[in-house]
Design a protein around this ligand. Structure first.
Ligand code: PLO
Length: 406
């Protein structure tokens, strides 16, 4: 306990770290860039804690924040103190901030976005050059979710390329902290500008709907900016990895891939198993205990911080059996993951993420059935992003061969 396990900000050995965390127990004491916190690695414990109202998002409850041990200089501060939005409040306030967004992205409402997703997918596939290696992350999995969430929220086309740069600087732990604080300020300025434009002239997008007065007490400008920022961050950063990680898992398991292509395994099974085995979110920051909470043999003390270590949670052997480290879309427990969270804050965009992945993946393999990795699987590297499970790149050969095919 004096020398807790340190999470590596450069993510040099994610599988090793996931195993070590799981071995440390369902509640592990870890060092998060110099700050001690609890990492939840057990499925059952995660479900219990995520529906426990004594665990809240308000950073004002954090002992390390109150004591001044954590300040704006801490590299992860943008994840835990990002201002007011549905991501940072609980209880009735949370319901008020979240309801309009959640209602706007129900499966039925999403049908309106399906043609957008199909169109962007087809356009990106058309743009892939089949001769030589292609980075599927940069050229396919990356642009799709950003385009979709931009249409949903109404982010102008011209703003999108800069958004990619800003978010990757925001998440990367190689970004110097003064630069990250400047990035956060720029994002805030961009989204505040967008919200003011929509409030002067509403459009047919969710940002305008969030400004609307129908249904309950209206949201303040800060709240709409917060929700918009949260949606864009969550909507693109995570879905990119869902697609990339699923493609990677299939390319490493050609036998499974053929079963999927023959219809013996569904794409939904692949998507769930990817969410369990290699989820887009490695660690979700952070919740704070408003009083002592006993969990099994441990007690989360009042004021202590709790991180949900979703990648370790998905590998819980009590939930998924002794072969939990194996990628197997046919496993009966594949959907018993909490990669979208659990309880009041459960991902409001889950159905959208699933719709994007279940459109992009079959379309990709239909167009390029001989797709394969251009490097060995163990040469793939993670980005220096502690919270998101993100590969640096996914180099592939679209036609399965090194030389241009005829
Ligand atoms: C990103 C910075 C924003 O200012 C606030 C914000 C809200 C939602 C967060 C997002 C940040 C980071 C990525 C998160 C997202 C919710 C879901 C997504 C954590 C902190 C996940 C699961 O990765």
């Amino acid at each position: 306990m004096n020398c807790p396990f340190a999470i590596d900000p450069l993510v040099r050995d994610l599988d090793g770290e996931t195993s070590a965390l799981r071995a440390a127990g369902p509640l592990a004491r870890v060092d998060l860039l110099g700050v001690p916190v609890w990492a939840v690695t057990g499925q059952d414990e995660a479900r219990r804690l995520l529906s426990d109202p004594r665990l809240v998002k308000d950073i004002g409850r954090w002992r390390e924040w109150r004591s001044g041990a954590v300040t704006r200089e801490w590299p992860l501060i943008g994840m835990v103190d990002p201002g007011r939005s549905m991501f940072t409040v609980d209880g009735p306030e949370h319901r008020r901030l979240r309801s309009k967004t959640a209602q706007a992205i129900t499966p039925r409402r999403l049908e309106r976005l399906r043609p957008v997703i199909e169109g962007v997918t087809a356009r990106l596939l058309d743009g892939l050059r089949a001769d030589g290696p292609v980075d599927l992350k940069a050229s396919f999995a990356g642009p799709l979710p950003m385009a979709v969430v931009s249409v949903l929220m109404g982010v102008d086309e011209e703003l999108r390329p800069r958004q990619h740069e800003l978010w990757s600087a925001f998440f990367s732990l190689r970004t110097p902290q003064d630069e990250r604080l400047a990035v956060i300020a720029e994002l805030n300025a961009v989204f505040t500008g967008m919200v003011r434009a929509r409030s002067a002239e509403p459009a047919d997008d969710l940002t305008s709907a969030l400004l609307g007065t129908d249904g309950g007490e209206p949201l303040s400008e800060e709240e709409v900016v917060g929700n918009l920022t949260a949606m864009v961050a969550a909507g693109h950063e995570t879905t990119v990895s869902l697609i990339v990680n699923a493609v990677r898992a299939l390319l490493a398991n050609p036998g499974l891939l053929s079963r999927v292509l023959d219809g013996g395994l569904t794409w939904n099974a692949v998507i769930d198993e990817t969410l369990r085995w290699d989820p887009p979110v490695t660690h979700l920051l952070m919740r704070f205990a408003t009083e002592d909470i006993a969990v099994g043999d441990s007690t989360v003390g009042e004021g202590e911080g709790v991180v949900m270590s979703y990648r370790a949670i998905g590998r819980d052997r009590r939930e998924h059996g002794s072969d939990a480290d194996v990628f197997d879309p046919a496993r009966p427990t594949r959907a018993r993951h909490t990669a979208f969270g659990h309880g009041p804050h459960i991902c409001p965009g889950a159905a959208l993420a699933r719709l994007e992945a279940s459109t992009a993946l079959p379309a990709l393999f239909e167009r390029f059935p001989h797709l394969r990795l251009a490097v060995a699987d163990d040469e793939l590297r993670h980005s220096p992003v502690l919270t998101q499970n993100e590969l640096e790149a996914l180099p592939v050969l679209l036609r399965g061969e090194a030389t241009p095919a005829g």
